[in-house]
Design a protein around this ligand. Structure first.
Ligand code: FES
Ligand SMILES: [Fe+2]
Length: 367
């Protein structure tokens, strides 16, 4: 009985798909090039928004719904940096201010809500809380500068953001769900993690015992064969920064004696796989991913191979998210989640998110 009570209490202290999305954080609102000349709609946190870029290069993200009769401004006409609503011709400037209403001489004071955005790395980030943006929470993306080769991809996830946020903190599914795509051996699920909480984030370091990383999807056959006869030490650290950003930094440090012995080897092979989640609705999520690597930099064939390999694995996560979302909708039997040893990071993450969500509810933060 006591155990049941404790488990229930634990479950209540963890965020899940019913928890309102965190508002006081920065989310990716699109890639730099998705803020272009065209007026485009993007839905974020159940708000229809219009995105474009002014002639001076400023990215703009505003309410998409014309305050007159709800016509989408993304389906309207761009006039210089202004938008003219296609329905009755009301015109707004890039700050969302009414500049013209054809049927009257005076413009209404209320216009379109404009959202604060910042460009960092290959993305435009948005602050959705209806209060002053906290610029100290803007993410750092060191791997988008310097000597890294980047590949970027995007998915539409048919499930709540928390399913995906948990999936990214849950490494114990890698050898199973991704049995045929990623190449991790079953012992991976048991390797020990050292977990550190840093502010509202987590760092989780995997203590690697086997030498199998060079055989995973992240390496081309050629590079994998080159590394195969060598011994190497490894570092693998995962970072949960927020539900909007999670990344893993993996480094293979080759034994210097092997570097001297086998031509063509480099001392260190590093890759960073990062994930960017943005709630679209309560049941759908925008998902961008970025792979940065410091090897095979000039081989476009490796780009293609990595992209298709990673996409195949990510599709398994996305299908899983949809299955979980569907289960929540069709099965209304009261249930209690069972927690496994491999869930430590995910449980800590869900507790942090629940505390943040509770604080936002207490502070009555709106979006
Ligand atoms: S709906 Fe936009 S001006 Fe009427
Ligand atoms: Fe996965």
């Amino acid at each position: 009985m006591a155990e049941k009570k404790t488990t229930t209490k634990l479950a209540q202290s963890m965020a899940d798909y019913r928890t309102p999305s965190i508002k006081r954080q920065w989310y990716v609102a699109g890639r730099l090039e998705e803020f272009g000349e065209d007026l485009q709609e993007i839905v974020i946190m159940n708000r229809s928004l219009v995105r474009y870029r002014t002639s001076s290069g400023e990215p703009v993200l505003m309410q998409n719904r014309c305050p007159h009769r709800s016509y989408p401004l993304s389906e309207s006409i761009r006039e210089g940096d202004n938008i003219r609503c296609r329905y009755h011709g009301a015109t707004f400037d890039s700050d969302g201010v009414f500049v013209r209403v054809p049927s009257q001489d005076i413009c209404p004071k209320s216009g379109l809500r404009k959202y604060p955005v910042v460009e960092i790395g290959p993305f435009v980030w948005v602050w959705m809380a209806n209060e002053s943006p906290d610029y100290s929470l803007l993410p750092e993306l060191p791997y988008t500068q310097g000597d890294w080769k980047l590949i970027i991809g995007r998915f539409d996830v048919p499930g709540n953001i928390m399913f995906m946020a948990e999936n990214l903190c849950d490494l114990s599914h890698l050898p199973y769900l991704h049995e045929k795509t990623l190449g991790y051996p079953p012992e991976f699920a048991k390797e020990q993690l050292e977990i550190r909480q840093v502010g509202n984030g987590l760092e989780y370091e995997r203590k690697i015992s086997g030498q199998y990383y060079h055989k995973t999807v992240f390496f081309s056959q050629e590079t994998s064969d080159l590394i195969d006869p060598c011994s190497y030490s490894m570092s693998n650290i995962g970072y949960f920064k927020s539900t909007a950003l999670n990344y893993s930094y993996v480094r293979l440090m080759i034994d210097p004696a092997d570097v001297a012995k086998y031509p063509g080897l480099q001392e260190e092979y590093g890759f960073i796989i990062s994930h960017y989640l943005t709630p679209e609705t309560d049941k759908t999520t925008h998902y961008y991913w970025l792979l940065a690597r410091n090897y095979d930099m000039d081989k476009t064939s490796v780009d293609q191979q990595l992209e298709s390999g990673i996409t195949a694995a990510f599709m398994e996560d996305i299908e899983t998210t949809q299955l979980l979302q569907d289960m929540m909708e069709k099965d209304h039997e009261p249930y209690r989640e069972v927690i496994f040893g491999g869930d430590k990071v995910a449980v800590m993450m869900r507790r942090i998110v629940k505390q943040l969500a509770d604080q936002e509810a207490k502070d009555k933060v709106t979006q």
